[in-house]
Design a binder for this molecule. Structure first.
Ligand SMILES: [Zn+2]
Ligand SMILES: [Zn+2]
Length: 272
């Protein structure tokens, strides 16, 4: 099992990072992607990935878009480490908090999508209360060839189908799945949905059996066990095989063989 979204490099884990990673491995999490939220955070993620033989992603979170540097490409190039960096993220739009102005979020998202495309990297998306703008930018600037995941997906079945069928994306299903009634998705509409279960440490609830984000309890089983409730007969299990090397791991994000091809084709990016 691969956790495609964690922030174990965060300072909140300074006291017990190695124990936390060891516990995750003990319950079957064979690989973790440490997700960057700004340049300094990404640098920490990559250092942590080197120290613990994990993977990392490079990205500027929509919250931090207003603080993004002018020279994103050069700064990303300086951080990029092909041995450990497996994705661009987390990037996207967040109009719930709007810590950065929406137009700035959109510009920074486009720039990072261009970087992902240029470097043939999958993408880890964060989207909250910005679905229409998000979809519009994907149509304009996202290349589905290299795959991606929308983490902590909490939308409805129509949105799920759109992300999966049009863009070939995977959906990150967080701990909210285990809160009965909070996550209703008609199973008949999820036939083509592909998913990744993920605890998103340390911010979101891992599952209803986790006491708190700082409890350090890794309790993935209820979350993974809840997934069949969403699945229709043709929906695939969330598990993907562990690939030992970053280069191979990147292929895990891509649409699976035999899956319907995404209807969206990259038509050219606004950022060159
Ligand atoms: Zn996020
Ligand atoms: Zn995150």
């Amino acid at each position: 099992m691969i956790d495609t979204h964690a922030h174990v490099h965060d300072a909140k884990f300074d006291a017990d990072r190695s124990e936390t990673i060891a516990r995750a491995r003990a319950v079957g999490v064979e690989q973790i992607v440490l997700v960057g939220c700004d340049l300094a955070d990404t640098e920490r993620a990559i250092q942590c990935a080197r120290e613990f033989s994990l993977h990392a992603s490079i990205g500027i979170h929509p919250h931090e878009a207003a603080q993004a540097p002018e020279d994103i490409v050069e700064r990303f190039d300086a951080l990029y480490d092909s041995k450990h960096v497996v994705a661009i993220g987390e990037i996207g739009l967040d109009y719930f908090y709007t810590h950065s102005p929406p137009d700035v979020q959109q510009r920074i998202l486009r720039e990072q999508l261009a970087y992902a495309s240029t470097h043939r990297l999958p993408t880890i998306f964060h989207q909250r209360d910005a679905f229409e703008d998000f979809i519009g930018i994907l149509r304009e600037a996202y290349d589905p060839t290299y795959g991606g995941v929308v983490h902590c997906f909490t939308g409805d079945s129509v949105q799920a189908s759109q992300l999966v069928d049009e863009f070939g994306l995977r959906l990150g299903i967080g701990g909210v799945l285990t809160f009965k009634n909070d996550y209703a998705m008609p199973s008949e509409k999820s036939a083509s949905m592909r998913s990744c279960s993920k605890p998103t440490a340390p911010i979101l609830p891992r599952c209803r059996y986790a006491v708190s984000a700082t409890s350090r309890r890794i309790s993935l089983t209820p979350l993974v066990d809840s997934l069949p409730n969403l699945r229709s007969a043709s929906m695939r299990r969330s598990r993907v095989p562990t690939r030992p090397h970053a280069r191979s791991f990147r292929h895990s994000f891509r649409p699976r063989k035999g899956a319907p091809a995404p209807t969206h084709r990259k038509s050219g990016c606004a950022i060159s």
